[in-house]
Design a protein around this ligand. Structure first.
Ligand SMILES: CC(C)(COP(=O)(O)OP(=O)(O)OC[C@H]1O[C@@H](n2cnc3c(N)ncnc32)[C@H](O)[C@@H]1OP(=O)(O)O)[C@@H](O)C(=O)NCCC(=O)NCCS
Length: 206
């Protein structure tokens, strides 16, 4: 299934996307709050990230969605919406990472908003949450624009050599809150092909 937003096309990641993901993670500014600036090893992408996402799509219908500019067809980045491995409740975890050239245009919010809309209308998900480093204000601003609220602050013991800590803040949005702040028209009929009209049009193509 593909998902279209006003400016982006999202599709499940495939093995041939590995060089795009690797290029994205090779930018130390992009990785500042993810790893402290370290690039991801290519083997991690080919042997773990992509197969894991493919398994998530098979099991839950969602995983790592790669995003392309609808006009230029260039790779923009990705949004990952996945079922956490050890969760006993119907919830999904959200994360996102865009090429630096694509920042500050509202694209992360646009892509994540479309996936949240599909998750709440097409699946039984009750809660979507996202975590980031407490200093990652860009990411937290995206969460706030998505209607998420601060739910928890996790303090971790890890302290990396460069001073980067494993602390993070967790934001969440629950189905009831999402429905309350969306017009009823945003709830799309289920089916392989439909267009949901509401805040941010979402197209789905089987
Ligand atoms: C986080 C990220 C996805 C945001 O992408 P984006 O497309 O630029 O996000 P948007 O344009 O939708 O929104 C960004 C918001 O942050 C705001 N912002 C940007 N820099 C900021 C800063 N230093 N402090 C506070 N807010 C900031 C922008 O003004 C915008 O809010 P606004 O629309 O109210 O003005 C992108 O910066 C990225 O890929 N970062 C690297 C990876 C990462 O950190 N991922 C998150 C980890 S979960």
């Amino acid at each position: 299934m593909d998902i279209g937003t006003r400016r982006l096309r999202l599709r499940p990641v495939a093995p041939h996307d590995a060089p795009l993901l690797h290029g994205l993670d090779a930018d130390p500014v992009v990785m500042e709050f993810v790893t402290g600036g370290e690039a991801t090893a290519p083997a991690m992408i080919t042997d773990w990230v992509i197969p894991r996402s493919q398994a998530q799509f098979r099991e839950c219908g969602t995983g790592l969605w790669v995003a392309f500019d609808r006009r230029t067809r260039l790779f923009t980045g990705w949004v990952w919406l996945r079922a956490p491995r050890h969760s006993a409740v119907p919830e999904l975890e959200l994360s996102y990472r865009l090429r630096r050239e694509s920042w500050h245009r509202g694209l992360a919010t646009e892509a994540a908003s479309a996936l949240i809309s599909v998750a709440f209308t097409e699946t039984g998900t009750e809660r979507i949450f996202a975590s980031t480093h407490p200093d990652n204000m860009r990411s937290q601003r995206v969460m706030q624009k998505l209607g998420m609220r601060l739910a928890a602050e996790h303090l971790r013991r890890e302290q990396f050599d460069d001073g980067f800590t494993g602390h993070d803040v967790e934001y969440e949005i629950c189905r009831a809150d999402w429905l309350r702040t969306r017009r009823p028209a945003a709830v799309a009929p289920s089916g392989p092909r439909h267009r949901a009209r509401g805040p941010g049009t979402v197209e789905m193509t089987a």
